[in-house]
Design a protein. Structure first.
Length: 228
């Protein structure tokens, strides 16, 4: 893995120093911030390749930072928090986080997850042609989606899910397959996460989300993209 610029955000200096130590061993450049406002400023000015983000922060909390960064860029985000319920994880992922690590954590495991997320981010930069179907246009290279001539704003995970399904129209994917494609084989979350992302996608690209024409449910299996 090539050297990358990583922003670490946590209000606990010992935690930041520990993460910095392990990331610098991997030859990464480490940026640090101890509150939410400083984190946003640092992310906008230095354009990190990845953000490790604590949930509970002074001034601006981690969820708000995640929401803001996701609206402004595709930078990968790993949430780092003591909150470990399924609902908390789904909330963070739904806001656009790429992975979720709970405290107390193993620094070696965190570094391994950093590798996975960075590797996945590089793969997503591969160029693919645009797809036109009905009133929907998916530009894989530009990471842009248009519906009825209007741009559709998707989170990186929503786009990856749409891209995965649209690349193989008519093929039924199981939830497990989609989790592996969208989040990677090392993801330890829940298959139900895919349902949340797919529901949000339908709201954004379907004329009637309750009667979808693009993103179809295959009962007993999972989901598929409409065949032309």
């Amino acid at each position: 893995m090539m050297k990358r610029k990583i922003l670490v955000v946590d209000d606990d200096k010992k935690t930041v120093d520990l993460i910095r130590l392990y990331l610098e061993r991997e030859q990464h450049e480490v940026l640090v911030a101890y509150d939410g406002r400083a984190a946003l400023e640092m992310a906008r000015q230095r354009s990190p390749a990845l953000v490790i983000l604590d949930w509970m922060l002074p001034k601006v909390d981690g969820l708000d930072i995640c929401r803001i960064l996701r609206a402004e860029s595709d930078v990968p985000i790993i949430m780092l928090t003591a909150r470990s319920t399924e609902e908390d994880k789904l909330l963070g992922l739904d806001l656009g986080a790429d992975d979720y690590v709970t405290k107390p954590f193993s620094p070696r495991e965190l570094v391994a997850r950093v590798r996975v997320v960075l590797r996945r981010s590089l793969l997503e930069e591969e160029v693919s042609p645009a797809l036109h179907i009905g009133e929907l246009v998916i530009d894989f290279a530009a990471h842009e989606v248009w519906h009825c001539g209007e741009p559709v704003r998707l989170t990186p995970k929503e786009f990856k899910l749409l891209e995965t399904l649209a690349h193989e129209p008519g093929r039924a994917f199981s939830r497990t397959e989609l989790v592996n494609r969208v989040f990677g084989p090392d993801y330890e979350g829940f298959d139900r996460t895919i349902d949340v992302h797919l529901m949000n996608l339908r709201k954004k690209i379907e004329a009637d989300p309750n009667r979808p024409t693009y993103l179809l449910t295959v009962y007993g299996v999972g989901y598929k993209f409409r065949r032309e």
